[in-house]
Design a protein around this ligand. Structure first.
Ligand code: F6P
Length: 512
């Protein structure tokens, strides 16, 4: 497979040669001169439509980007990803998250784990899971961080309300004691279950929160009550999870990356919150996109297009950031989810051959739900000195007052139009002029449900993979986060030594 720098591809140079034509006002002119543009620059996948007619490009650019993808061996890399080959080469592992949503074709161990999850989730939802004092569990507090937190948190926030859960599901990710304290406000120790999720079971923040949870239970439950019924652990490090003391230890696998793991047992709290069949739909939605990604030609392949358009914006038009604007309150956590997915995957500076690279990789991903963000940072999107490509995510059909729904939809469309067309009337004072030609894509979904949420997340996963292939980087490791962990550990050890020296055991309290 091609692991030469992408800058050596003729298509890269051809794209660079076209880029100057798309700077400044070209998008505005293209929209004005071609009223059919919005019909041509679209692609569909199951349940969704991508409109990229407001990007700074045309069919010729898309053709060149597809050529670049072919020259980078995207089809062969895609086959390697989907068939579970070790595409994560610095860790010598597969990144086989697609196997988790392969239904009957999933590996036996995955099907067995899903079955176990379902059984446990059913017991929780039916109220037949009893805590140490015999009372039914009615609250889950999910303890995890990064990929062991953001996915389940997003799914619960997006879908649990619609599923009218019988269980309350809360989260604590930060080692700041206040995070767990807040999650435990109003919680009854007799009816609270902690789901401790850590692939490695060594992440300090999660383990400390799990210990604090144990201490909270021990303080409140009758002396001698076993705490195990109040814990489920999810980990690839089964021995450590078992040693911690949990009634159930669900398996994770080293071939699933943390930020790609919401489909696995890591999603247990989400399954319990939204229900087993909604979780099945969530997996099926991702499966729909896997099938589309595997088969659709690159020019009509929605996740590949998202990735390639991102490459165009970053490497040829100089974008340093990417905004994500879901026009749906239930997706308010999507920007945080995508930050980890995109920035931990593709925030890399060395290529697959170990060379320091001299072209840009992942942009900074940020955003907020519309319309809220309009009254915060959209000013910069419209008139700032940086051009920020934006992804609008909209839903045709959603519950609630149709009149306010119509207002929401109108605002999303108006923002994309204002960005693209601007208002540069010479009669206006300069401070009122909006330059336009600011790029965006709009992803249209029929409705926000479990299936479409699965589709949306899988779409971005394959977008990230596509970009990793173009940029010649390993999207599945995260070595950059290790140094900080080591330094924090060393600081804590030094502090503990200093404290031991100034208060040796048996020395009693220092005199005032
Ligand atoms: O520190 C980064 C990271 O390793 C993420 O990649 C991961 O999702 C998160 O920490 C949590 O890791 P674990 O599930 O092992 O606790």
């Amino acid at each position: 497979m091609n692991i030469r720098p992408p800058t050596e591809c003729p298509a890269w140079n051809a794209l660079a040669a076209q880029a100057h034509a798309w700077r400044d006002n070209a998008l505005k002119s293209a929209l004005e001169s071609d009223p059919t543009r919005a019909q041509g620059l679209v692609a569909t996948a199951p349940g969704l439509r991508l409109d990229y007619s407001r990007q700074r490009l045309d069919a010729a650019v898309i053709g060149q980007l597809a050529e670049l993808a072919a020259a980078r061996d995207l089809p062969a890399w895609r086959t390697a990803l989907l068939s579970g080959e070790a595409v994560n080469d610095t860790e010598g592992r597969a990144a086989w998250h697609t196997a988790l949503r392969a239904g009957a074709a999933a590996p036996a161990e995955v099907r067995a784990a899903l079955l176990r999850m379902r059984g446990l989730a059913t017991r929780l939802r039916e109220g037949s899971w009893r805590g140490a004092t015999g009372r039914a569990i009615d609250r889950i507090v999910h303890l995890g961080t990064g990929g062991s937190d953001l996915g389940p948190r997003l799914v619960v926030d997006a879908l649990a309300e619609a599923a009218t859960p019988k269980l309350r599901v809360g989260f604590a990710a930060n080692v700041d004691p206040l995070d767990l304290e807040r999650a435990l406000r109003e919680a009854d120790p007799q009816t609270t279950l902690f789901v401790v999720v850590s692939k490695t079971f060594t992440t300090q923040e999660t383990i400390e929160n799990a210990r604090a949870a144990k201490a909270w239970l021990a303080r409140s439950l009758p002396a001698g009550a076993g705490l195990e019924p109040h814990f489920v652990a999810v980990s690839a490090n089964a021995d450590a999870a078992r040693a911690f003391g949990a009634l159930e230890v669900l398996p994770m696998w080293d071939w699933v990356g943390g930020r790609y793991s919401v489909w696995s047992t890591v999603g247990f709290s989400a399954m319990a919150a939204i229900g087993e069949s909604a979780f099945d739909e969530f997996l099926a939605g991702a499966g729909d996109i896997d099938a589309h990604f595997a088969a659709a030609p690159l020019e009509r392949n929605v996740p590949a297009l998202l990735g390639l358009i991102g490459v165009w914006n970053v490497n040829f038009l100089g974008a340093a950031t990417q905004a994500v604007l879901p026009y749906a309150t239930p997706l308010r956590l999507l920007p945080a989810y995508l930050q980890q997915l995109e920035m931990e995957s593709n925030g890399k500076r060395v290529d697959r051959a170990g060379r320091v690279i001299d072209y840009a990789t992942a942009p900074v991903v940020w955003g907020a739900e519309g319309t809220v963000g309009q009254h915060s940072f959209h000013q910069l999107l419209h008139q700032g000195t940086q051009v920020v490509p934006a992804d609008f995510i909209v839903f045709d059909d959603a519950p609630g007052d149709p009149a306010r729904r119509a207002i929401l939809a109108a605002h999303a469309e108006a923002q994309a139009e204002a960005l693209a067309r601007g208002q540069d009337d010479a009669a206006l004072p300069p401070y009122r002029r909006i330059p336009g030609s600011r790029p965006s894509s709009t992803l249209h979904f029929e409705r926000l449900d479990a299936r479409n949420l699965g589709r949306l997340i899988a779409l971005y996963e394959h977008k990230v993979f596509t970009q990793g292939v173009i940029w010649n980087i390993d999207s599945f490791d995260q070595w950059g986060v290790e140094l900080g962990k080591q330094l924090a550990k060393a600081l804590l050890e030094t502090a503990a030594q200093t404290s031991r020296r100034s208060h040796p055991p048996g020395a009693g309290s220092p005199r005032p």
